[in-house]
Design a protein around this ligand. Structure first.
Ligand code: COA
Length: 471
């Protein structure tokens, strides 16, 4: 399906937005959402709705949605819960396509009937509801930031769908610090109507999204989500953080949303079988998302023979990386004779070329350059992990440049992750790499874990395609 034909296309690409409860007070949520919509550069029509104001942020305000003279695709609602049903009736009469209900005070505090009434109004008029109890949503290709988070986020191709509104807002700022570019961030809240399955279905066809990340506490219709997941994961990676790993965590999730989180083990095994990549923490999920979004994703014919080559200038870093890869199910095999021969010609006789290829502590930046080029040319290597420990012989920035030069000269044709261990200069070097969409991490374990998601995805995609093809 083309994105324009998808029922949610208008939610992500609206021609007009109303903000109901667009307060005159700059400290109120409705005001901040309106300001963000304007500051992010949204190009459609914007209508503040507030019965107590004539103008807000330079725009004419309307007392009610029904007073707006033109069609409204999306209405963001930031008025107290008691007033939401009245707004929903107005939205129906105005022919609004989507109602995004920021307001809290629904099923998460036991008021299920209020939520059911909201959905029944939506069904009666034929519009869809995102929320209630959400932080809003953003979609960078449309320059749309309808959240009460910070105004600016870094654009990119990672989409994040989250049941925690706080995570949505936290990620917005982190996009800039961590250089994680996003296409969309969507807070799903109580999921009275639209849920993860609907959103994943759209993001699956969205050409601006390469990786989808979900933070999940519970699913209303698990089977439906698994069906959509299976379809989407066959063409793009879907990373899931399932909350409630421990008994106490599951209880905390239940009191967050008023629902049971379900058995973690049952969830995770079903999600994996349908192609999800499971991350245990936000850090792991975003590390994985970078590696998946910025690298070519290999499609080996025999994914069980996926070969990762580790290149390092420090023996310890190499061992930590190999242990991490093996623990995560990625076999680290000895490099074949021909490849070892190529490295042997480059390196001193005491350097190991088995895998990890140990460039030794005396490696200058040129050896990193050559080592990466050799790996990129090799038929045997499916993915490459480069580990650098700061030495006086090769500075971090110099080494990062050498890696970038090798990728430029040979082509970024294979997945790569890099770890840079050392002082503050390593941070500059990591930034240089990430600006050039080469995923860089501060430890060998994190770089190895991120690369293991790429290997796992190669395997899961192969399996899904075999299954779909009846193989
Ligand atoms: N239609 C349009 N605007 C209306 C209205 C109506 N029917 N009724 C009132 N308003 C206006 C108010 O006059 C006010 O504007 P003003 O400040 O210029 O007078 C504005 O809407 C907001 O109403 P107010 O009653 O002041 O509400 P509030 O801003 O204090 O709180 C919410 C509203 C939605 C933010 C609050 O109820 C809430 O749910 N907060 C939690 C949100 C949250 O955390 N969501 C989940 C995130 S994960």
């Amino acid at each position: 399906m083309k994105p324009e034909e998808h029922p949610l296309h208008r939610l992500f690409n609206p021609e007009s937005i109303a903000v109901v409860g667009a307060s005159r007070n700059p400290r109120k949520i409705g005001h901040i959402i309106l300001r963000n919509i304007l500051e992010a550069g949204y190009r459609g029509r914007v209508y503040p709705v507030n019965p107590n104001a004539d103008r807000i942020l330079g725009l004419r305000a309307y007392p009610r949605l029904t007073d707006i003279p033109e069609p409204v695709d999306v209405a963001i609602v930031a008025v107290p819960a008691e007033k939401v049903l009245g707004v929903a009736e107005d939205a129906g009469r105005r022919g609004v396509g989507f109602l995004v209900v920021i307001s809290s005070g629904f099923s998460e505090v036991g008021r299920r009937e209020l939520e059911e009434k909201l959905v029944s109004i939506a069904r009666r008029y034929g519009f869809r509801v995102l929320g209630p109890n959400v932080a809003g949503y953003l979609y960078t290709p449309a320059r749309l930031n309808a959240t009460f988070g910070p105004p600016r986020v870094l654009e990119g191709n990672i989409a994040f769908v989250t049941q925690s509104g706080a995570f949505a807002i936290a990620l917005m700022g982190a996009t800039l610090i961590e250089a994680i570019g996003v296409s969309a961030i969507i807070s799903v809240g109580n999921k009275a109507d639209l849920d993860e399955a609907d959103l994943l279905d759209y993001l699956g066809v969205d050409e601006h999204t390469r990786v989808v990340l979900h933070y999940l506490e519970w699913l209303r219709d698990g089977r439906r989500f698994l069906r959509v997941l299976e379809r989407v994961a066959a063409s793009k990676p879907v990373v899931v953080i399932k909350a409630g790993r421990s008994g106490a965590g599951a209880r905390a999730a239940a009191s967050h949303t008023g629902r049971l989180a379900g058995s973690y083990r049952v969830y995770v095994s079903a999600l994996r079988q349908s192609g999800a990549l499971i991350a245990k923490s936000m850090e792991e999920a975003f590390d994985a998302a970078k590696a998946l979004a910025w690298n070519p994703l290999p499609e080996p014919e025999k994914p069980e023979e996926f070969n990762v080559l580790v290149v390092t200038n420090g023996g310890g870093a190499g061992i930590q990386a190999v242990d991490t890869l093996e623990e995560r199910g990625v076999r680290v095999r000895e490099a074949p004779e021909s490849l070892r021969g190529e490295y042997a010609r480059l390196l001193p006789p005491f350097a190991s070329t088995r895998n990890p290829v140990d460039l030794t502590g005396m490696a200058p930046a040129e050896w990193f350059y050559e080592a990466v080029r050799i790996a990129l040319r090799s038929d045997w290597v499916d993915a490459l992990l480069v580990l650098y420990t700061q030495t006086g012989l090769s500075g971090p920035v110099e080494t990062a440049k050498a890696i970038l030069d090798a990728l430029r000269d040979e082509g970024h044709s294979k997945p790569i992750t890099v770890a840079l261990l050392g002082g503050p200069e390593c941070l500059h070097a990591a930034r240089l790499l990430t600006r050039n969409r080469v995923p860089a991490y501060p430890t060998p374990e994190r770089a190895a874990a991120a690369l293991s998601f790429v290997a796992e995805y190669a395997w899961r995609r192969w399996y899904l395609r075999e299954k779909a093809g009846g193989g």
